[in-house]
Design a protein around this ligand. Structure first.
Ligand SMILES: CC(=O)SCCNC(=O)CCNC(=O)[C@H](O)C(C)(C)COP(=O)(O)OP(=O)(O)OC[C@H]1O[C@@H](n2cnc3c(N)ncnc32)[C@H](O)[C@@H]1OP(=O)(O)O
Length: 425
């Protein structure tokens, strides 16, 4: 499918990602996203510009943040007349935001927009106990002091227990890691293959930093100039010695080394019509071609929680008349090494492709040399909603440097969802 109007990816900006509860421990989502936005404004000379819209989101958001993205715009040097709003699709948030902005540009509804996301697991929201919340609301409704007092006198010590955020699926009670461990077992993904993928991710990201690849993709924040999780001297033997964390028995394969760490960070990308970009003398790194989201029934169905991109990609390929092999780059978000390996294995499996995806032929294998060539989430870290922006900017730059080509993005998300996209140049 060719969009009605070509959508240019001008470039992106992010702050370096930090491991949870370290450098950005006291930084809010608003501070991080505003910093990423200011960096983008600086890089592309957007001071005082009224943009079509800014769309971003956070998976973990305080209720006080209300419309977080709009607050960030108001705190930035963009024109305050720039509309902005939050969107949330778990780890797919940043890419879904880009899809939305790109579609509006393609349709001629807006000329330009910024898309991305932010997350902090350090400054996570803590809710009051549900019982206490009900009592406080009752007290608030009270007409007289007596009514209010009567409500407040119901408070018991048990009401003081806070409501903490959980990195888990509400409908199964299992964490992302436990779900992915089940997928790894279903697809028989060996531990050593997961560790090898993690090593490659760190080595490739380290090489990217060494060549200055990130210089025009990120701006330092709170003294951090590089993704903090990156281990340039990663050692396969050490990795192999780590204990499984999500299933401690002999069957467990997911460890702290082949899983993404809990991470804080923010990222954004600038998209525009060709005319808008050219009128301002801005670069066009690549073009947004198309995007597709999918969801799977991981609750009652037999599908793995993080398998939705496996379904989205064949739909995207069919609509665009492409094969899985027709790409120069593959950006497959490394939520867990096992997630990537399950995805690749599923696309190669004739029976699965026939019965689940309804395909006569399997999608087949990809050239692994073209996958995550500058490293991915295992090395950079994964601040949930911020991963999409990091990946879009990285792929757009890869295509710009190559001068031509096509790239596929695949991002799995909580809730059994996935978002995918094609960029080209
Ligand atoms: C759609 C999606 O994207 S789903 C994905 C969403 N993301 C998640 O669910 C996050 C999953 N990750 C987590 O929950 C956590 O990071 C965990 C449970 C995996 C690990 O947490 P922790 O145990 O706190 O990790 P921690 O960083 O302390 O590492 C544990 C140990 O492994 C070591 N380690 C971690 N990575 C490596 C590595 N690459 N090489 C060598 N050692 C390593 C650490 O040094 C540490 O060693 P120590 O105990 O001697 O200090």
């Amino acid at each position: 499918m060719t969009p009605p109007r070509r959508v240019a990816i001008v470039g992106g900006n992010r702050i370096p990602f930090a491991r949870s509860n370290t450098v950005y421990a006291t930084a809010s989502n608003q501070a991080m996203l505003t910093s990423a936005l200011e960096g983008l404004i600086e890089r592309y000379n957007l001071h005082g510009e009224r943009l079509g819209e800014v769309v971003a989101g956070a998976v973990l958001k305080h209720s006080r943040d209300f419309n977080l993205t709009r607050e960030c715009v108001l705190g930035s040097r963009l024109a305050p007349e720039t509309p902005a709003y939050d969107l949330q699709q778990a780890c797919g948030t940043g890419l879904e935001a880009a899809l939305l902005v790109a579609n509006k540009i393609a349709l001629g509804q807006i000329e330009c927009g910024i898309a991305g996301g932010v997350d902090t697991t350090s400054d996570a929201p803590i809710g009051v106990n549900e019982g206490l919340r009900k009592i406080l609301l009752q007290a608030n409704r009270g007409k007289s002091t007596g009514d209010k007092l009567k409500a407040l006198l119901q408070i018991r010590p048990r009401h003081l227990a806070p409501s903490l955020p959980r990195n888990g699926e509400p409908r199964t009670g299992l964490s992302m890691g436990q779900h992915c461990e089940l997928m790894a077992q279903h697809w028989a993904i060996p531990r050593d293959e997961q560790d090898q993928l993690a090593v490659e991710s760190h080595r490739k990201l380290a090489a990217a930093y060494a060549e200055g690849w990130q210089d025009d993709l990120l701006t330092p924040f709170l003294g951090l100039t590089r993704d903090q999780n990156l281990r340039p001297d990663i050692d396969l033997e050490k990795l192999a010695g780590l204990k499984p964390v999500f299933e401690r028995g002999a069957r467990g394969t997911l460890t702290a080394g082949n899983s993404t760490p809990l991470t804080d960070g923010a990222s954004l990308v600038l998209l525009a019509s060709e005319d808008w970009a050219k009128a301002r003398g801005l670069p066009i790194l690549a073009y947004w071609r198309d995007g597709e989201a999918a969801a799977v029934d991981f609750v009652k169905g037999a599908e793995g929680l993080l398998m939705a991109p496996v379904y989205a990609v064949p739909r995207l390929l069919a609509r665009n008349g492409l094969r899985l092999q027709d790409f120069d780059y593959y950006e497959i978000h490394e939520a867990f090494a096992a997630q990537v390996l399950c995805t690749l294995k599923a696309w190669e499996d004739a029976e699965y492709c026939r019965t689940r995806l309804g395909l006569e032929q399997p999608l087949g294998a990809i050239d692994r040399e073209r996958m995550n060539v500058k490293g991915s989430s295992l090395a950079a870290g994964h601040p949930f909603a911020a991963t999409g922006g990091r990946i879009v900017a990285n792929l757009a730059k890869l295509l710009a440097v190559a001068g031509e080509g096509r790239g596929l993005i695949s991002i799995c998300a909580a809730g059994g969802q996935g978002v995918t996209a094609i960029l080209e140049r």
